[in-house]
Design a protein around this ligand. Structure first.
Ligand SMILES: Nc1ncnc2c1ncn2[C@@H]1O[C@H](COP(=O)(O)OP(=O)(O)OP(=O)(O)O)[C@@H](O)[C@H]1O
Ligand SMILES: Nc1ncnc2c1ncn2[C@@H]1O[C@H](COP(=O)(O)OP(=O)(O)OP(=O)(O)O)[C@@H](O)[C@H]1O
Lengths: 215, 215
């Protein structure tokens, strides 16, 4: 069972704790502000009031045993960077950090952050694009009619090619990609055969996707 | 030419100004903090130091003539809400506002905001999902190999059906949707004919997409 820690419980950190916990995962939430800690008491698996730049604190929390630690401290760029350095030094396998701006982001990359995130910038770009063009992709993503979902292959398709399963005609959806273990096959051809544990990426109307997952 | 105004130049507001301006659009940037105004002087079409809760100021700026106004004020929830109310009262056709949390968002919806955004929350949800499952969609979106793009129909395909153009075999990409005016056709069938001004939504390897847009 994957173990997550989120250091810094601003809007981003708190939403991350909420979503991970909703997905049924173990999440530790940490903030130096007791009010923030209080907000996640009932959502996080554990909520601790602490200063994440304190190496002793991180050791006490056993932070190196976590699979993923997210540094969601914002305005205090120095604390954000220092915390990140400590985490990498202590051997945390995956460190995700939120960057305040491009320069901060470059520093984070230089010090070995596994994933640097720019939440406000990335959302602004998506919002700008959806305000300017009625993007078809946004329509697919945001429309209440269509969706793109991943699902385990229904038994019905196992051992057949896409052409043999005739999915588009019979089920009115299209398989835009499939995943087999670590391999991802995008735009599979009609000759692509489907195996028992394949994960299908399916595009179609929600009512048709629902029917498919009932198979 | 669409006219945008962004009120509040925090990380989200500033990225929005940057992206809209990169797209070649007219953007007015407003902030009560002269340092923020200074940051956008060379990016925005106009940058003004002003308090967006001041109705007289909004009138002087001719804010009602803007097509889209984005309220990107953050911590000061009261100013965010007041600004939004003034904009709707003055008849701005599309008002977009950033919400600090769910309660703030509900108030914004009640007062007629056209689009309420939760940048930190929405990014946290996407990050949580991509950390937990090596999502095929993220792989497609984030992979340096594949992409999903929209493009104007190359002349080569005009007046033919998808089957006749044989796009998947000849060009190694798939058309997952097409847009004709306001109509969007998802999962077009092989019999779908393509017209001159159609916009195609194409999924494939970037090198193949590039070849396609050279047609
Ligand atoms: N050294 C630290 N140790 C633990 N928590 C910290 C530390 N420094 C800052 N924080 C916490 O990090 C949280 C997020 O920081 P801040 O509010 O500055 O960022 P933000 O970018 O505005 O956040 P968001 O945009 O996610 O709301 C705050 O709740 C703050 O108390
Ligand atoms: N009444 C106002 N008129 C104009 N600008 C304002 C007003 N109130 C706040 N602002 C500006 O709005 C900007 C964004 O607000 P703030 O920094 O509180 O939000 P934030 O949510 O932390 O922003 P972000 O997450 O986008 O960085 C600030 O630059 C601030 O000066």
């Amino acid at each position: 069972n994957m173990q997550f820690a989120v250091l810094g419980l601003g809007r981003f950190g708190i939403s991350l704790v909420r979503e991970l916990s909703r997905m049924g995962l173990d999440v530790l939430g940490v903030d130096s502000d007791p009010n923030k800690v209080n907000l996640v008491k009932d959502i996080a698996t554990y909520a601790v009031e602490a200063d994440s730049t304190d190496e002793q604190v991180l050791k006490t929390l056993g932070i190196r045993n976590f699979d993923v630690v997210v540094v969601a401290i914002g305005e205090n760029v120095q604390s954000n960077i220092l915390t990140t350095i400590l985490l990498k030094d202590m051997g945390v396998p995956m460190v995700v950090a939120k960057a305040q701006n491009n320069l901060h982001g470059r520093v984070l990359e230089k010090i070995g952050t596994d994933l640097v995130i720019y939440p406000e910038r990335d959302m602004a770009i998506r919002v700008a694009q959806s305000l300017v063009t009625k993007s078809v992709l946004d329509h697919i993503n945001l429309s209440s009619e269509y969706s793109i979902v991943e699902m385990i292959t229904p038994d019905l398709f196992v051992g057949k090619t896409l052409r043999e399963s005739n999915i588009r005609e019979r089920h009115q959806v299209s398989i835009i990609a499939l995943k087999r273990g670590d391999e991802i096959i995008v735009n599979p051809t009609p000759d692509q055969s489907i195996l028992a544990k394949d994960i299908l990426v399916v595009l179609g109307k929600i009512k048709h996707l629902d029917k498919l997952s009932d198979l």
